[in-house]
Write a protein that binds this ligand. Structure first.
Ligand code: FAD
Ligand code: MLT
Ligand code: ZN
Length: 471
């Protein structure tokens, strides 16, 4: 190891090689405080050449690397194991915007750029960078790409994958693959870019990317709507999709229980809809024509929904501050859950046609088998993405409850997901959390193909081993 450190110091200044416990500590525990690992060192390169040199050295010494961005991931993907032999490679010093190409509507940027700063840079240039999620103040574009993050704009603009045109990646051999191209068409063989996106640091280290920009909408209207049951929220989605089509940029569902929890921990985040209805839907329309056009459209659709008895109440935000407060309420659910203590998250997708029966049946089974559990559901309904979360019964010790029931609860939810032909990870990824579940979920053939890819691209198994697939 000493030899490795000596060679490292020819690549990085010593202040960017962290080996003291107090310096490494902030990099060792994930956001949910579910995983704490040990690391031999934390390395902080600032260029792609430095990353490549580090990976070469790691390959030479057979040392495993755990890439890390903002460390906001939910599946323990960026947290090292307990061996103390892995090194963390933090991309946080790589935060250059390399180019903004207005004619091509693209931004080329390094992996350590914080998502919010990218959104702000786009706006400064009169454009929209649509990726948006609760962790945007600290997650990084490399992490977003590595997890193929979703968030609240997917129904209009797609996942991170859909926003990316080109990548620069350091391979397991320490070579730099220069795929920095801003092309919307490129059928030249296997799609390496799409292979690295969503691979959670197991196939290569993303150092830079070309991302798409979009014209800024001239007007946005946000509304909170009350529905009595999940079937009505889906009917409402269908209505908005038909009538507003591509102007529909947000459609988020929150249950009464999730907003009760919000209010418990953040009283200022109470639901402004009277009586906190069983289902609250946050809807956003964005328009490139005019304020009046989108406002009128929104009102007409809401009137129609009232007439059809799909909704029972609605508040249209009268200004930007109120619209932001609706979004803050939605984003605070995750924080309220964290305040409440350890909980079990399921980030699933269900075909919208099966969502109603999925929720009714799963809720019933859950309440029957695990007396007193609290079901904290919310999600990106427009994408069929449900965050189906289970909190322990009031008064129960979360640690003991989870130790006893976690496996059984996951089995119940994932069994239901399989029955509906859904997915066990809509947007958060696999990491170490769902490593064991992946084989059964994907099936032997898909799982073997994934292992073959991992073996081909990282034969020494030094890139984030035992995350996503084990070889
Ligand atoms: P990290 O957590 O640091 O890493 C995630 C994975 O990517 C790890 O496997 C890591 O090894 C790998 N990785 C990181 N950087 C690189 C790189 N440069 N090259 C290769 N591999 C790399 N996620 C959603 O999808 N939608 C949401 O709506 C959403 N909301 C959230 C709200 C909150 C409050 C929080 C805390 C999290 C939320 N997340 C959400 C989860 C998380 O923010 C995303 O997964 C995000 O994309 C992770 O980015 P990061 O920079 O923090 O990555
Ligand atoms: C969200 O949609 O808010 C995120 O995915 C976070 C979460 O699931 O808690
Ligand atoms: Zn989400």
């Amino acid at each position: 190891m000493q030899n490795f450190i000596n060679q490292l110091s020819e690549v990085l200044e010593s202040k960017y090689i962290l080996t003291q416990d107090e310096d490494k500590a902030p990099y060792l525990t994930d956001w949910r405080k579910r995983y704490t690992g040990k690391a031999f060192a934390v390395l902080l390169p600032s260029t792609s050449n430095e990353v490549a040199a580090i990976v070469k050295l790691c390959a030479q010494h057979q040392i495993a690397l755990v890439p890390q961005g903002g460390h906001t991931g939910f599946c323990g993907g960026a947290t090292p194991d307990n061996s103390g032999k892995q090194v963390i490679l933090s991309l946080k010093r790589m935060k250059q915007i390399r180019e903004i190409d207005i004619a091509n509507q693209t931004i080329t940027l390094e992996a350590g750029c914080i998502l919010q700063s990218v959104q702000e840079k786009a706006v400064e240039n009169g454009y929209l960078f649509p990726l948006s999620l609760g962790a945007e103040g600290s997650c990084m574009i490399g992490g977003n790409l590595a997890t193929n993050a979703g968030g609240t704009n997917v129904l209009r603009y797609g996942n991170t994958r859909d926003l990316c045109l080109g990548l620069e990646v350091v391979t397991a051999k320490g070579e730099i693959w220069d795929g920095i191209k801003g092309l919307r068409k490129d059928n030249t063989g296997y799609d390496l870019r799409d292979l690295f996106i969503g691979s959670e640091g197991t196939l290569g280290i993303i150092t830079a990317a070309v991302m798409k920009l979009y014209p800024l909408p001239v007007s946005q209207w946000t509304t909170l709507v009350a529905c009595e049951n999940i079937a009505s929220t889906i009917a409402l989605l269908t209505l908005f999709q038909k009538r507003a089509n591509s102007l529909l940029t947000g459609f988020e569902m929150m249950t009464r229980e999730s907003l009760d929890l919000n209010e418990k921990h953040f009283p200022q985040m109470a639901n402004p809809l009277q009586g906190n209805p069983p289902y609250t839907v946050l809807i956003e329309l964005s328009d490139h024509e005019s304020e009046e056009h989108v406002r009128q459209l929104l009102e007409t659709i809401l009137e129609d929904a009232f007439e059809k008895s799909i909704i029972s109440d609605a508040i249209i935000a009268s200004n930007l501050t109120q619209a932001n407060s609706f979004w803050h309420m939605r984003e605070h659910i995750t924080l309220a859950q964290a305040e409440e203590g350890a909980n079990l998250k399921h980030d699933i997708t269900i075909p919208l046609s099966s969502l109603d029966s999925f929720i009714r049946e799963t809720d019933e089974l859950m309440r029957e088998k695990f007396l007193g559990v609290r079901i904290i559901n919310f999600g990106h309904l427009g994408d069929g993405n449900l965050h189906y979360n289970i909190a322990p019964p009031l008064g129960a010790d979360p640690k003991t409850f989870n130790e006893t029931n976690e496996k059984l609860i996951h089995e119940l939810v994932y069994g239901q997901v399989e029955r509906c032909k859904g997915s066990i990870s809509a947007e958060h990824g696999v990491g170490q959390l769902k490593l064991d579940g992946l084989r059964a979920h994907k099936g032997e053939v898909a799982h073997d193909l994934m292992k073959a890819l991992k073996t081909a691209l990282d034969p020494q198994n030094i890139l984030n081993p035992h995350k996503v697939v084990s070889i």
